[in-house]
Design a protein around this ligand. Structure first.
Ligand code: FA5
Length: 350
């Protein structure tokens, strides 16, 4: 290599390696590659060389030019990255996703009562199950002893999908699946079926102070040998006294549901008006809260359980109405309203 080119190369590489600022790199670029730069000057001076000299000298100068250009680019990238890291390190730690001046959130009253009921039933050995909101006609009706065109369907008109599935009108829609899921353990190991399954329900409903088109229920089932109405009443009483932590008036009256026999309506004295009568209880003083009964033999058979050997109870607690009663919400529609001022005043009293 030509001595002059070799010296220039060494000098350029040394200076580039020592540069610590982007501005220094720019100065070096101008000093070597700029219009009046040293490498540019070498290229310009080639015109005075012979044809032969020009060939080798030209190739060497161009290699040097290429090398210096690449080194400047490499070093620029390095310094830029170091600069970004330095800037990030100097930034105050802030969470840009955090809402500005937001107050801390609170659980919805329905979530609060649901969790409370789950805790109560879990302490009594019940499993908590989740179930889908979109179900089949078989799950919601047929498996529950409600064949097509049965008048009991009129009470539960709901929303149908184009594929024939529907938004479940009652949490009972999970009964058949629960019986099938836990039936094997009952039959083979004698372990009772004890499960609750809370969920959102939908009905094509004319809404008023105690009816919504979207509301929550919590179903419960227990199946074993010799289960009777006494067991059902015990669990209902325990649940209500734990939820309300005070004496409340309850009444049990006959009720018809094709999937239980006998069936009952469990009503509580309206806690909004103290039983006097108000819009929340349709002026009756009583609120239908938790229909229940002994599971119909046809439903047990459909779930793979022999009704000759086993009996069981089921209940369908109206969780939304329970939240109304527990928190003194006069109109059920307020619970779905999204009015934060109204909804955030309730707290878990556990
Ligand atoms: C049923 O849905 C039955 N599946 C309950 C059942 C389960 C009976 C197991 C026997 C054995 P019903 O339609 O009455 O029953 O609804 C049950 C409860 O859900 C009512 O008592 C009420 O508390 C609540 N509920 C029903 N419809 C609405 C509504 N539109 N808005 C708010 N709560 C409702």
């Amino acid at each position: 290599m030509n001595q002059q080119i070799a010296t220039l190369q060494q000098e350029a590489l040394e200076q580039l390696s020592e540069a610590v600022e982007l501005s220094e790199l720019e100065n070096l670029r101008v000093a070597y590659l700029g219009k009046k730069g040293s490498i540019t000057a070498l290229l310009k001076g080639m015109k005075d060389l012979s044809h032969e000299e020009r060939k080798t000298f030209g190739a060497e100068v161009n290699e040097l030019k290429e090398l210096v250009t690449q080194e400047i680019e490499k070093k620029t990238a390095e310094l830029k990255e170091a600069e970004i890291k330095k800037e990030i390190a100097s930034m105050p730690l802030i969470d840009v996703t955090a809402p500005m001046n937001a107050e801390s959130g609170s659980y919805h009253p329905i979530t609060l009562v649901q969790r409370q009921c789950e805790t109560i039933f879990k302490s009594m050995g019940f499993n908590v199950e989740d179930y889908s909101e979109v179900v089949t006609d078989y799950e919601c009706f047929e498996s529950l002893n409600i064949p097509k065109h049965h008048p009991a369907r009129d009470m539960q008109d709901t929303y149908y999908l184009e594929n024939g599935q529907l938004l479940k009108s009652q949490t009972s829609a999970a009964q058949n699946a629960i019986l099938k899921k836990y039936g094997k353990e009952l039959i083979e190991n004698g372990r009772p079926i004890k499960a609750i399954f809370p969920g959102r329900c939908f009905r094509n409903e004319a809404t008023d102070a105690c009816h919504e088109n979207t509301f929550f229920q919590m179903e419960g089932v227990m199946v074993d040998k010799d289960i009777s109405i006494s067991n059902l009443i015990f669990f209902m009483k325990t649940m209500l006294s734990e939820v309300f932590r005070k004496d409340i008036k309850v009444r049990l009256r006959p009720g018809f549901f094709p999937f239980v026999e006998p069936g009952f309506e469990l009503d509580i004295s309206c806690l909004i008006c103290g039983g006097e009568g108000c819009p929340s209880c349709k002026h009756s003083g009583w609120l239908e809260l938790c229909p229940c009964g002994m599971i119909h033999p046809n439903v047990l058979s459909e779930g793979g359980i022999d009704p000759e050997k086993y009996t069981g109870f089921a209940f369908g607690l109206g969780l939304t109405r329970l939240a109304m009663m527990k928190y003194g919400v006069k109109d059920i529609r307020d619970l779905n309203s999204g009015k934060l001022k109204a909804l955030s005043q309730f707290t878990d009293d556990e």
